[in-house]
Design a binder for this molecule. Sequence first.
Ligand SMILES: [Fe+2]
Ligand SMILES: [Fe+2]
Length: 160
Amino acid sequence: MNAIKMLVQQHRQMEEALEAVSKAEGKARATLFNQTADALMSHVMVEETHFYPAVNAHRTEGILLESLEEHLSLKRILADLIALPPDDARFEPKFHVLKEQAEHHHEEEEEKLFPKVAKLLTPDELEELGETMLAAQEKLLAADTREHAPRQTRAAAELK
Ligand SMILES: [Fe+2]
Ligand SMILES: [Fe+2]
Protein backbone atom coordinates (compact mmCIF):
# COMPACT_ATOMS: atom_id res chain seq x y z
CA MET A 1 0.00 0.00 0.00
CA ASN A 2 1.18 3.53 -0.83
CA ALA A 3 2.66 5.05 2.36
CA ILE A 4 1.02 8.48 1.91
CA LYS A 5 -2.40 6.97 1.21
CA MET A 6 -2.04 4.74 4.25
CA LEU A 7 -1.20 7.65 6.57
CA VAL A 8 -4.01 9.87 5.21
CA GLN A 9 -6.49 7.02 5.63
CA GLN A 10 -5.36 6.53 9.22
CA HIS A 11 -5.69 10.28 9.89
CA ARG A 12 -9.37 10.16 8.85
CA GLN A 13 -9.97 6.99 10.92
CA MET A 14 -8.28 8.59 13.92
CA GLU A 15 -10.34 11.76 13.63
CA GLU A 16 -13.53 9.65 13.58
CA ALA A 17 -12.32 7.65 16.56
CA LEU A 18 -11.43 10.82 18.51
CA GLU A 19 -14.93 12.15 17.80
CA ALA A 20 -16.45 8.87 18.97
CA VAL A 21 -14.50 9.04 22.26
CA SER A 22 -15.78 12.60 22.85
CA LYS A 23 -19.37 11.43 22.48
CA ALA A 24 -19.06 8.19 24.47
CA GLU A 25 -19.64 7.83 28.19
CA GLY A 26 -18.66 5.52 31.03
CA LYS A 27 -17.16 2.14 30.16
CA ALA A 28 -17.64 2.63 26.42
CA ARG A 29 -15.56 5.79 26.63
CA ALA A 30 -12.72 4.00 28.42
CA THR A 31 -12.67 1.18 25.86
CA LEU A 32 -12.83 3.55 22.89
CA PHE A 33 -10.15 5.75 24.40
CA ASN A 34 -7.76 2.80 24.82
CA GLN A 35 -8.29 1.71 21.20
CA THR A 36 -7.81 5.24 19.90
CA ALA A 37 -4.71 5.80 22.03
CA ASP A 38 -3.21 2.55 20.66
CA ALA A 39 -4.00 3.63 17.09
CA LEU A 40 -2.56 7.12 17.60
CA MET A 41 0.61 5.90 19.31
CA SER A 42 1.29 3.16 16.73
CA HIS A 43 0.78 5.69 13.91
CA VAL A 44 3.19 8.17 15.48
CA MET A 45 5.81 5.50 16.23
CA VAL A 46 5.72 4.08 12.71
CA GLU A 47 6.11 7.58 11.30
CA GLU A 48 9.11 8.19 13.55
CA THR A 49 10.87 4.89 12.93
CA HIS A 50 10.06 4.33 9.24
CA PHE A 51 8.34 7.20 7.41
CA TYR A 52 10.27 10.27 8.60
CA PRO A 53 13.73 8.66 8.16
CA ALA A 54 12.74 7.53 4.65
CA VAL A 55 11.64 11.03 3.64
CA ASN A 56 14.30 13.05 5.46
CA ALA A 57 15.90 15.41 2.94
CA HIS A 58 17.02 19.02 2.78
CA ARG A 59 13.59 20.26 1.71
CA THR A 60 11.65 18.27 4.33
CA GLU A 61 13.93 18.69 7.36
CA GLY A 62 12.21 21.76 8.83
CA ILE A 63 8.73 20.33 8.69
CA LEU A 64 9.93 16.96 10.02
CA LEU A 65 11.55 18.60 13.04
CA GLU A 66 8.35 20.52 13.73
CA SER A 67 6.32 17.33 13.31
CA LEU A 68 8.49 15.55 15.87
CA GLU A 69 7.80 18.34 18.38
CA GLU A 70 4.08 17.96 17.69
CA HIS A 71 4.40 14.21 18.26
CA LEU A 72 6.09 14.92 21.61
CA SER A 73 3.19 17.13 22.63
CA LEU A 74 0.67 14.45 21.60
CA LYS A 75 2.58 11.82 23.60
CA ARG A 76 2.65 14.02 26.69
CA ILE A 77 -1.10 14.57 26.57
CA LEU A 78 -1.65 10.87 25.92
CA ALA A 79 0.53 9.98 28.92
CA ASP A 80 -1.54 12.35 31.09
CA LEU A 81 -4.79 10.87 29.84
CA ILE A 82 -3.64 7.28 30.37
CA ALA A 83 -2.98 8.12 34.03
CA LEU A 84 -6.46 9.64 34.52
CA PRO A 85 -9.70 7.75 35.13
CA PRO A 86 -12.04 8.77 32.25
CA ASP A 87 -14.58 10.12 34.75
CA ASP A 88 -12.00 12.54 36.24
CA ALA A 89 -12.98 16.18 35.70
CA ARG A 90 -9.69 16.83 33.86
CA PHE A 91 -10.17 14.04 31.33
CA GLU A 92 -12.66 15.86 29.11
CA PRO A 93 -10.75 19.16 28.66
CA LYS A 94 -7.44 17.35 28.23
CA PHE A 95 -8.94 15.00 25.68
CA HIS A 96 -10.30 17.99 23.78
CA VAL A 97 -6.77 19.41 23.54
CA LEU A 98 -5.47 16.05 22.26
CA LYS A 99 -8.20 16.00 19.60
CA GLU A 100 -7.46 19.56 18.47
CA GLN A 101 -3.70 18.98 18.36
CA ALA A 102 -4.07 15.69 16.46
CA GLU A 103 -6.32 17.36 13.88
CA HIS A 104 -3.87 20.24 13.49
CA HIS A 105 -0.94 17.84 13.14
CA HIS A 106 -2.73 15.79 10.46
CA GLU A 107 -3.45 18.96 8.52
CA GLU A 108 0.20 20.02 8.67
CA GLU A 109 1.48 16.65 7.49
CA GLU A 110 -1.03 16.51 4.66
CA GLU A 111 -0.55 20.08 3.47
CA LYS A 112 3.16 20.67 4.06
CA LEU A 113 4.93 17.31 4.21
CA PHE A 114 3.13 14.81 1.98
CA PRO A 115 3.21 16.95 -1.21
CA LYS A 116 7.00 17.18 -0.84
CA VAL A 117 7.29 13.44 -0.16
CA ALA A 118 5.25 12.66 -3.27
CA LYS A 119 7.95 14.42 -5.31
CA LEU A 120 10.82 12.89 -3.37
CA LEU A 121 9.93 9.19 -3.66
CA THR A 122 8.78 7.19 -6.67
CA PRO A 123 5.40 5.39 -6.60
CA ASP A 124 7.26 2.08 -6.22
CA GLU A 125 9.27 3.38 -3.29
CA LEU A 126 6.10 4.70 -1.64
CA GLU A 127 4.46 1.32 -2.14
CA GLU A 128 7.37 -0.56 -0.58
CA LEU A 129 7.58 1.88 2.31
CA GLY A 130 3.85 1.49 2.96
CA GLU A 131 4.19 -2.30 3.18
CA THR A 132 7.08 -2.01 5.64
CA MET A 133 5.10 0.46 7.74
CA LEU A 134 1.98 -1.71 7.82
CA ALA A 135 3.99 -4.71 8.99
CA ALA A 136 5.71 -2.65 11.71
CA GLN A 137 2.39 -1.23 12.89
CA GLU A 138 0.81 -4.67 13.08
CA LYS A 139 3.63 -5.81 15.35
CA LEU A 140 3.22 -2.75 17.59
CA LEU A 141 -0.54 -3.25 17.85
CA ALA A 142 -0.08 -6.80 19.13
CA ALA A 143 0.55 -5.22 22.56
CA ASP A 144 -0.96 -2.16 24.27
CA THR A 145 0.88 0.38 22.15
CA ARG A 146 -0.39 3.34 24.21
CA GLU A 147 1.88 2.21 27.05
CA HIS A 148 4.86 3.52 25.06
CA ALA A 149 3.61 7.11 25.44
CA PRO A 150 4.66 7.73 29.07
CA ARG A 151 8.19 6.51 28.23
CA GLN A 152 8.61 8.98 25.35
CA THR A 153 7.77 12.29 26.97
CA ARG A 154 11.22 13.67 27.78
CA ALA A 155 12.19 15.04 24.38
CA ALA A 156 11.20 14.82 20.76
CA ALA A 157 12.45 11.75 18.89
CA GLU A 158 15.66 12.31 16.95
CA LEU A 159 15.45 12.81 13.23
CA LYS A 160 17.41 9.98 11.62
FE1 LIG B 1 2.63 12.54 12.60
FE1 LIG C 1 0.42 11.18 10.60
